[in-house]
Write a protein that binds this ligand. Structure first.
Ligand code: NDP
Length: 240
């Protein structure tokens, strides 16, 4: 049986690795993106994975996009809420716009992604929900009041969904990556990046594939007893 998986922000970075890992496991995968058409087209050409464009921060767009994915590929049984952004600034300089953009994408975007899929999962009595949170949602981070708030909020979402989904055979889990070598982290000035790496006990950034393998496991039948939990994958930088 081919299961359908949706990965938001699945065309680049960690999401692209997740899309590919799920495809390799035999899932029929839909990867979404926000606006970078060139990267999405290149990703589809390279992997054969279909991409869809919508803003996860918009509920109606998400609902319509998800309906299109289900019309094309069948009911979504695995959803990975991965799309995320940063708009960093020390709190005293953070603008309401920077706050709101991050809330819209990283927190409301997770609601908008899971909510339209949830009723179908309940009806079919099967579902796997995985949210990509962050180490900085667990420990906070200078300059990331907005981002840390959303990523901590994502953990609240999965712990609550785990309770609501349990009797419908739906699991909900989060992964908290540490620093992974994607565009998001490579955009940080080199000096700052070097100081970040110096704080990682294993002495390197993580690879997107290392997060993707965690997702593939959580999506699998083997992980049916794991729900409401958080996999911390950060090279030993922070323990919970
Ligand atoms: P990237 O910046 O490399 O990729 C982000 C992806 O999300 C792109 O596909 C982008 O689309 C999409 N996206 C962004 N905003 C929206 C939106 N509003 N609607 C739909 N899609 C959107 O990010 P990473 O791979 O680095 O991060 C992926 C997730 O992992 C994020 O949630 C991030 O917070 C989290 N994370 C990352 C860490 C890291 O070190 N990289 C560490 C911990 C957590 P487009 O290509 O069109 O821009």
């Amino acid at each position: 049986m081919t299961r359908t998986a949706l990965v938001t922000g699945g065309s680049r970075g960690i999401g692209a690795a997740i899309s590919q890992a799920l495809k390799a496991q035999g899932y029929s995968v839909a990867a979404t993106y926000a606006g970078n058409d060139e990267a999405a087209a290149a990703f589809t050409a390279e992997t054969g994975i279909k991409t869809y464009k919508w803003n996860v921060g918009d509920y109606e767009d998400s609902k319509a996009g998800i309906a299109q994915v289900e019309a094309d590929l069948g009911p979504i049984e695995v959803v990975v809420a991965n799309a995320g952004i940063t708009r960093d600034a020390p709190f005293h300089k953070m603008t309401p716009e920077q706050w709101q953009q991050v809330i819209d994408t990283n927190l409301t975007g997770v609601f908008n992604t899971i909510h339209p899929i949830w009723p179908g999962m309940r009806e079919r009595k099967f579902g796997r929900v995985v949210v990509i949170s962050s180490i900085n949602g667990q420990k906070g981070q200078f300059g990331q009041v907005n981002y840390a708030a959303t990523k901590a909020g994502d953990l609240g979402i999965i712990k609550s969904l785990a309770q609501e989904g349990a009797r419908f055979n739906i699991t909900a889990n989060a992964i908290c990556p540490g620093y992974i070598g994607t565009d998001m982290v490579m955009a940080v000035p080199e000096k700052v990046r070097e100081s970040i790496i110096a704080q990682i006990p294993v002495g390197r950034l993580g690879e997107p594939e290392e997060i993707a393998r965690c997702v593939a496991f959580l999506a699998s039948d083997d992980a049916g007893f794991i729900t409401g939990s958080t996999i911390t994958a950060n090279g030993g930088q922070f323990f919970v």
